[in-house]
Structure formats: structure tokens, C-alpha cells
Design a binder for this molecule. Structure first.
Ligand code: N01
Length: 498
């Protein structure tokens, strides 16, 4: 028989753990977290590649309600962030509510009983409310390259790093030069016999300005949490200025562009290499890559930046379009994630049997980035158009959680079983977003990026300041919703079974 919980949460990254904690604060403890892996941590558990670290300052990269005074660096490393999340889960007694090794295979709204039926790889569950915290960057994307299946060396994606594989003395090929690759390339370069970095598009970069956090600073933050909050606000507002450039007036980004080019000139003396690394589109159009050691790594004698397209993979080599064959023992994909095609959407079905992916085919989007017409009591954290490139996603998750909790309060106070946004407000909301999107650098910057879906629509990012998203999700707005109430007979049936 299916196990029941009032709220089911999919995933145990920042979204799932934050949701479980905030629910508990509101007195909602009948909660289960379904997690495909064997520990909490989400993206910070999966991305364990060498050099994995956050490119958002540590001060911003924690829950506002569980600030960490012990960050050892101004930009935290993956092991420290993972340890923070594990500690958070332990301290808040979330572990006992987690069901590890339970990959969500199908979630179906049971229209008659008005609840979600969730099938996982290890059992079935029912829940009145379903919160999706699976994250948009959780499904690695491997490009479809001719001959890839014939490759006889070792291959893996940056988010599934093979720590057993020794890279010493190997001929290594890295495909991609995004935020992940720039972090691991400098770490693996000293081990490689030869390292070929395949770049399709040059990325704009900014230096990382990482530094050790002194013992005095840590002591002060520990003793005076208000001081840490103040420092956090200062960092937050500093970073919001990027949103002004990204979404209102791209010309403002000229300063950052000049800084980026100066950094490139300083770090790369060879004019040919510099030319290859100079982007030909507007600063900020693709996610700006934050690194201080990628350019220096590319100047090492055992590294080659390859900008010719990949024509084919052979059992022990990669061949580029100019016919050059490079021997390869290890192939590492830094090729990003299935971000805009929401792979999890194939597994979620409404009461009519339509999948979320199918529903989004013509009209992608959610209401306030969180709820979806036709899918009652489904709340999606980091849903469509809630992403940001300039500040902490934890801020966004917390904003959405305000909305979710307010919605659940509404259910309780008005004794209704479920809420579901009406189509009209959802359509209006998304039209407004797409209208605002037109003036952003992501639409006008002359690049292609993972922010855009296959029809060129940006359904990943929020076209404004992060505080405006916080305002948008500040309060549940019942007027935009249809409410559903379980019949007495079904209610009695369900309570008698329990
Ligand atoms: O992936 P990406 P990522 N042939 O999609 C290239 C977050 N993140 O894993 O630009 C050749 O950015 C692709 O080329 P192009 C962050 O939000 C956060 O690096 O499409 N190349 C690109 O160079 C980030 O944006 C942190 O032309 C191919 C690269 O692969 C997101 O994760 C740290 C190709 C993919 O870059 C993803 O970053 C790390 C092909 N067929 C990541 N297909 C933080 O610190 C793709 N590429 C918070």
C-alpha cells in the first residue's frame, strides 16, 4: 500500500530542505522527502568535480534563516556547501523524513481523491500537496556527436565525475567552457599529458576575487549575527546592480565588459589565443563565467584550446571539422544540463492524463513561476522564469517558499483541499514576462544560450531584479485560483484507510 504524507517533496537540495524546514516552522510535520540519491545536497552533492565551488559569494549562499558564520573562503567550495546542507538537515531533523534511493518515476493527480499519487523506484506514495524541488540543472546534457558510442576510453560528465579514474598522464579532451569546465580545467591540467579544451563559443569571464575569511571575521559573525546580516545585505545590493544592466539598460554593462577584456589581456599574452577567447556578443548574454585560473591554465604548454567544430569521435580520438585527429584517452563533458526542456515534466501528469511536458509544448510557463494551471496543489521551486545569473538562487527559493506556505495556509484556513491557478492569470503573467524579456541582454545580446528553449523563448530567467520576484511571490493571491474541495464520501474513505 502507498505511504501517505500531507506534503511530498521531491529532492533534497536547497529547495527540498528549505521547504521541509519552513513547513515544520508552520507546524506542518507530516512531510516526506523523496530523493533518488543516498544523501541530501542536490546539485552540491552531484557536482563533486575537482575545483567545484560556488561563484556567488558565501555571504549570500546560505539560507537567511540559517546563516553560516564558518565559511572559510569568500566563495565557498562544494565540500563546504555540501557539509552546510548536511548539517542543516541534521540540525533540523530532516533526515528521518527523507526516503533515499527513491527516484520519482511518475506523479499523477488523482482527480477523484484529490491528491497526488507518486511512484518511485522503491515504492508508492500519496500526498495532498506535491512540492517539486528537483532543480533545473540536475539532468546532464551529453551532446549527440557522431561516433560517440564507439569511444573506447573513459568518458563522463562533470556532474557525474568518475573519481576512481586516474587522470595522470592521460590525453584528455574536455568539451565545453562554461561555469563548470572553467573550474575543473585548471585542476586537471597539471595531471594531463595533453589537455584539449574544445570551445564552441567564447564566454565572458569575470575574476573570482576569492580570499580566505579571517578568524577575526568568523568570530565577529559568530558573535554578532546582525553584522553578518548587514554584510549579506551589502553583497546582495551590490550584485543587484548587474540586474539593472541585464534587464533594463545593457549599456551599463560596458564597465564589466572592459574589466573582462582587461583581465583577458593581462592573463593571455598570445594574441591568437586571446582572439579565440574574445566573445563576439554582448556581455551578460550568456551566463558570465567567474574564474581567475582558467585563462592561466590555457597558456600551459600541455593545453590546447580547440575552436574548430567536432566532426566525429573515434574509438581513441576526436576529429575536428578541419580533419585533425587528436588522440584521447579520457573524454569529459562540461556540456551543461537539460535546463529548458524540464526532463522531469515527462513524469508528471494531471487529472486528465496530460503530462506537464505536453502541457508546456505550446505554452510553457507557470503562474508566478510556481504553480501551473491544470495541476492542482503542485508547487515548483525554481520553476519557469525564476532563474538568475547574478545572485544567489537561495534567495529565489526562499521567495517562492513564502508563496507556497501562504497557499498552504489558505488551504487550511478556508478548508479547501486544493488550489490550481486559472489559465487566464497564468497566460497574462507569462505574457508580461516575455514582454519584459524583449529588452534584456539575454534576448538582444546576439548569442544562443541554455536560457532559451528550442523556439528561442527564454523560460529560464526572471527579467528583473531579484527583489521584484520576492514581491511577486510575497503573498498567495486566491483570486487567481480555482479551489477544489473533496467530497464528504472521499474524505471519509481516505480517513478510514489511514
Ligand atoms: O554548463 P553550460 P555548465 N559541442 O551550459 C558547450 C550553473 N553553475 O555545467 O556556449 C561543443 O554553462 C557549451 O558551448 P556553447 C550555472 O548556472 C553554477 O558549465 O553552447 N560544445 C558551453 O561552453 C551554469 O550556467 C555554478 O557554444 C558544447 C558548455 O558546453 C550552469 O550551472 C558552478 C556542446 C556548457 O556550458 C551550467 O554550467 C557551475 C556541443 N555539442 C555551474 N554542447 C555556481 O558556482 C554544449 N557545449 C553557482
Amino acid at each position: 500500500m502507498a505511504e501517505h504524507a500531507h506534503v511530498l517533496i521531491i529532492g533534497t537540495g536547497f529547495s527540498g530542505l528549505g521547504a521541509a524546514h519552513r513547513l515544520r516552522e508552520r507546524g506542518i510535520t507530516d512531510v516526506l522527502l523523496l530523493e533518488r540519491a543516498d544523501d541530501v545536497g542536490g546539485t552540491w552533492r552531484d557536482n563533486s568535480y575537482p575545483g567545484a565551488a560556488c561563484d556567488v559569494p558565501s555571504l549570500l549562499y546560505s539560507f537567511s534563516f540559517a546563516q553560516n558564520s564558518e565559511w572559510s573562503r569568500s566563495f565557498s567550495s562544494q565540500p563546504e556547501i555540501l557539509a552546510y546542507l548536511q548539517r542543516f538537515a541534521r540540525d533540523n531533523e530532516i533526515y528521518p523524513r527523507c526516503r533515499f534511493g527513491h527516484e520519482m518515476l511518475e506523479s499523477r493527480w488523482d482527480a477523484e481523491r484529490m491528491r497526488w499519487h507518486v511512484r518511485t523506484s522503491r515504492g508508492e506514495f500519496t500526498g495532498d500537496v506535491l512540492i517539486l524541488g528537483a532543480g533545473p540543472l540536475s539532468q546532464p546534457s551529453i551532446p549527440d556527436i557522431p561516433g560517440l558510442e564507439s569511444f573506447e576510453g573513459t568518458q563522463f560528465h562533470s556532474a557525474r565525475w568518475d573519481h576512481e579514474h586516474d587522470l595522470t598522464g592521460k590525453n584528455i579532451a574536455v568539451i565545453g567552457t562554461g561555469s563548470s569546465a572553467v573550474q575543473f580545467v585548471p585542476k586537471i591540467q597539471p595531471k594531463a599529458a595533453k589537455l584539449h579544451v574544445f570551445q564552441r563559443t567564447a564566454h565572458w569571464t569575470m575574476p573570482r576575487w576569492d580570499r580566505k575569511v579571517s578568524k577575526v571575521e568568523r568570530l565577529l559573525f559568530r558573535r554578532l549575527p546582525a553584522l553578518q546580516r548587514l554584510a549579506r545585505y551589502a553583497v546582495y545590493w551590490g550584485r543587484e546592480s548587474f540586474a539593472l544592466g541585464f534587464t533594463v539598460q545593457p549599456k551599463i554593462l560596458g564597465i564589466a565588459r572592459r574589466l573582462s577584456l582587461r583581465n583577458l589581456r593581462r592573463k593571455v599574452a598570445d594574441p591568437v589565443l586571446r582572439e579565440k577567447l574574445t566573445p563576439n556578443y554582448a556581455f551578460g548574454c550568456k551566463r558570465v563565467v567567474v574564474t581567475s585560473d582558467f585563462y592561466p591554465a590555457l597558456t600551459k604548454p600541455n593545453v590546447e584550446l580547440v575552436t574548430d567544430g567536432i566532426a566525429e569521435v573515434r574509438p581513441h580520438a576526436i576529429v575536428t571539422t578541419d580533419g585533425t585527429e587528436r588522440p584521447v584517452d579520457t573524454l569529459i563533458f562540461g556540456t551543461g544540463f537539460h535546463a529548458t526542456d524540464f526532463p522531469i515534466g515527462h513524469r508528471i501528469f494531471n487529472g486528465d492524463g496530460a503530462s506537464l511536458t505536453g502541457t508546456w509544448q505550446d505554452e510553457p510557463g507557470a503562474y508566478r513561476g510556481t504553480t501551473i494551471a491544470g495541476f492542482p496543489n503542485l508547487f515548483m521551486l525554481i520553476g519557469p522564469n525564476t532563474g538568475l545569473g547574478h545572485t544567489s538562487m537561495v534567495f529565489i527559493i526562499e521567495s517562492q517558499l513564502n508563496y507556497v506556505l501562504d497557499a498552504l495556509d489558505h488551504l487550511r484556513e478556508h478548508r479547501v483541499t486544493a488550489v490550481e491557478p486559472l489559465r487566464e492569470p497564468q497566460i497574462r503573467f507569462n505574457k508580461r514576462i516575455q514582454r519584459r524579456m524583449r529588452r534584456t541582454v539575454w534576448s538582444r545580446g546576439g548569442c544562443s544560450s541554455w536560457y532559451l528553449d528550442d523556439q528561442g523563448r527564454n523560460i529560464a530567467l526572471w527579467p528583473g531584479f531579484s527583489f521584484s520576484l520576492r514581491m511577486t511571490t510575497r503573498k498567495f493571491d486566491p483570486d487567481a485560483y480555482r479551489t477544489l474541495v473533496r467530497s464528504r464520501a472521499v474524505h471519509d474513505e481516505l480517513t478510514s484507510v489511514r
